[in-house]
Write a protein that binds this ligand. Structure first.
Ligand code: IMP
Ligand code: ZN
Length: 363
């Protein structure tokens, strides 16, 4: 586990509210139970369950969203999630979240994203870089300390998610918000939400608009069997897809020839029973085929995992050694939605040294 923990890692598929700390989830639940807003007997089994089906996962999200509806909590969770990723040596994080409107607390999609940005700014335990081009690479390199106390640095970019329960108009609002927030590190759009709900074509105008405006697009694709949707999503040629669990032979052929990178979430797929067992997980086939892949957590809180554990899980399950795992992590840089300057910086460093390069000597 030690080398999986210490190696620099790149996380490209993490949902903000799915990455909530267990302790925070319990604390917030107790708070609302105390206020009589929720009944613990009704939610206890959802919180405490270990293996949740896809339907149960979305029940838990409904509960989490009841707990995290105010700006302060959104800010707090953002701070904690980033601290947690930084603490396990994630050097680059693309964090995604669904901007939510909640009239009862005066929350608009915009103020939700502002609360996320406030969370990013409020972190003091590590250095957080979230505004593109805010740092010139020279100062990064010169900050490599020989000895002494170092501060971790994490580069964070944001993706705004469209939930499959939303209307086409709400999706368009999210894309326009992403454009407005681009100067603060919003780099793309994700389509997620319960895969059994809605029709992805509802969001095509918003997704096409995002692409025209040069926002990157990633789609949750093939979480449930849906041949037509999977084909149409692959035809759309997003910059990345997440999961890719229920592809059929012709989809695999199309995916492999398209070279669309796949965000692989092993624990998420196994826990939700989307994939029967790790032995038959498509990671093995795609890895052998040298298809672009990136290991991710999806929802580290909901699935009680971490990126370190995902690396260990992949290494143990598919017989991969340190060198292969380093390579897997380094290759992920190629699939980020980062601005080219950052990508060049990351590429120009011998990968094992990346962590120490982005760490910064404490003043
Ligand atoms: P949020 O967007 O920060 O609120 O993160 C939670 C949301 O992410 C959920 O309500 C879903 O819309 C989405 N999400 C998280 N995990 C999954 C998944 O495995 N499949 C599809 N959507 C997901
Ligand atoms: Zn996901």
């Amino acid at each position: 586990m030690e080398w999986c923990l210490s190696m620099p890692k790149v996380e490209l598929h993490a949902h903000l509210n799915g990455s909530i700390r267990d302790s925070t989830l319990l604390e917030l639940t107790e708070g609302l139970v105390g206020k009589g807003v929720i009944d613990i007997s009704e939610v206890e089994h959802i919180i405490k369950k270990y293996n949740r089906s896809v339907a149960e996962v979305f029940k838990l999200f409904d509960l989490i969203h009841i707990l995290t509806t105010d700006h302060e909590t959104v800010t707090r969770i953002t701070r904690e999630v980033i601290e947690d990723f930084a603490s396990e040596n994630v050097v680059y994080l693309e964090l995604r979240t669904t901007p939510k409107r909640n009239d009862s607390v005066g929350m608009s999609k915009r103020s939700y994203v502002e609360a996320v940005l406030k969370g990013l700014r409020s972190i003091t335990s590590v250095d957080v870089d979230f505004i593109p081009h805010c740092e010139d690479s020279k100062s990064l390199f010169s900050s490599v300390p020989a000895i002494g106390h170092v501060r971790k640095r994490i580069y964070v970019r944001l993706l705004l998610s469209i939930d499959r329960r939303e209307t086409a108009e709400a999706a368009m609002e999210t894309v326009k918000l992403a454009l407005e927030m681009r100067p603060f590190g919003v780099v793309g759009i994700d389509l997620s939400g319960n895969p059994s709900i809605g029709d992805w074509a509802t969001y095509l105008p918003a997704l096409k608009f995002a692409r025209e405006q040069r926002l990157y697009v990633t789609l949750h694709c093939g979480e449930v069997p849906n041949s037509v949707e999977i084909k149409n999503m692959l035809d759309f040629r997003p910059q990345r897809i997440g999961h890719a669990c229920h592809l059929e032979d012709e989809h695999w052929r199309q995916l492999k020839s398209s070279k669309i990178p796949v965000e692989i979430c092993l624990t998420s797929n196994i826990r939700t029973l989307t994939i029967r067992s790790i032995e038959v997980h498509h990671f093995g086939d795609l890895y052998k085929a040298k298809h672009p892949l990136v290991l991710c957590t999806d929802d580290s809180g909901v699935f009680s995992t971490s990126l370190t554990e995902e690396y260990k899980f992949a290494a143990d399950s598919f017989g991969l050694g340190r060198r292969e795992m380093f390579e897997l992590s380094r290759n992920a840089i190629e699939y980020t939605f980062a601005d080219s300057k950052l990508a060049i910086l990351f590429r120009s460093v011998p990968y094992p040294r990346l962590k120490s390069v982005v760490e910064k000597k404490k003043e």
